[in-house]
Design a protein around this ligand. Structure first.
Ligand SMILES: [Zn+2]
Ligand SMILES: [Zn+2]
Length: 251
């Protein structure tokens, strides 16, 4: 119970922080009048608070948690996302399991490029190997995955590798929910196709899941409900990341 309440406090705090969006308003906390630092502001019921006031409020003795847990939004809201109530109701895991089966539409997914790096030349052909990474977000702007694409420039014969870490549909993500999936893209006679491979063999997946999460094997993806979302994420990356234009042109 204590642990659940701590998770809820943390989730509410994250929401308040997100709602404040770094805003400092008049520059001072509406509750204690101390100066606000950018990025450490919390919006609660139209008031901008400092972190210490937010913590004090969420940890206040007068909170009746037995009552609050029954209706988080009535107690702390309105406008808090439903996953916080799911934590309170112990239905979080149930909801998450179902959610991984909610289908993503690649057309609606957005790509935000992050790192792009050249890795040195390929031992066999001397061409430069390149790596790019980025985030995929849903239409509601929640990050649903991070991805990594690596390939050798001007070498369609080597194909390309796509590694994806799926983080689920919610802002409130536990590390254990992360799932790693790997695909190889191969081009034969100008025809390109993706194949799911064993992501437990991929060092980049292992590196990103070292604190928790599950690297999926081929049989855990192919023919499973998750395959549809893997396909949507891969299509979004393949079609929308401008940096991999070259790979698109191989086929
Ligand atoms: Zn304050
Ligand atoms: Zn080569």
């Amino acid at each position: 119970m204590e642990q659940k309440i701590e998770r809820i406090k943390q989730a509410i705090k994250e929401c308040y922080k997100k709602n404040a969006g770094g805003r400092v308003g008049g520059g001072i906390c509406d509750s204690c009048n101390s100066p606000l630092s950018e990025g450490e502001t919390y919006l609660c019921a139209n008031q901008i608070w400092c972190e210490s006031c937010t913590d004090k409020t969420l940890n206040a003795d007068y909170i009746d948690w037995s009552k609050a847990l029954k209706n988080i939004n009535a107690y702390f809201g309105p406008g808090l996302p439903s996953y916080i109530q799911d934590i309170a109701d112990d239905t979080e895991n149930f909801t998450l399991r179902n959610a991984s089966q909610t289908s993503l539409d690649w057309n609606e997914l957005r790509i935000s490029p992050s790192v792009s790096e050249d890795l040195g030349s390929c031992e066999c052909c001397g061409n430069m190997r390149r790596y790019v990474s980025g985030f995929v977000s849903s239409s509601s702007l929640l990050t649903v995955a991070t991805y990594f694409v690596s390939w050798t420039l001007n070498s369609p014969k080597h194909g390309a590798d796509f590694d994806i870490i799926m983080v689920g549909k919610w802002e409130y993500k536990t590390i254990e929910m992360r799932q790693g999936v790997s695909l190889e893209y191969r081009v034969i006679e100008h025809h390109g196709s993706f194949r799911v491979i064993d992501s437990t063999q991929r060092p980049i997946i292992a590196a990103h899941l070292k604190n928790g999460g599950l690297a999926l094997k081929q049989e855990e993806v192919v023919g499973q409900p998750i395959a549809q979302n893997v396909f949507a994420l891969t299509s979004a990356v393949f079609m929308k990341d401008k940096r991999i234009q070259e790979i698109r042109q191989w086929s």
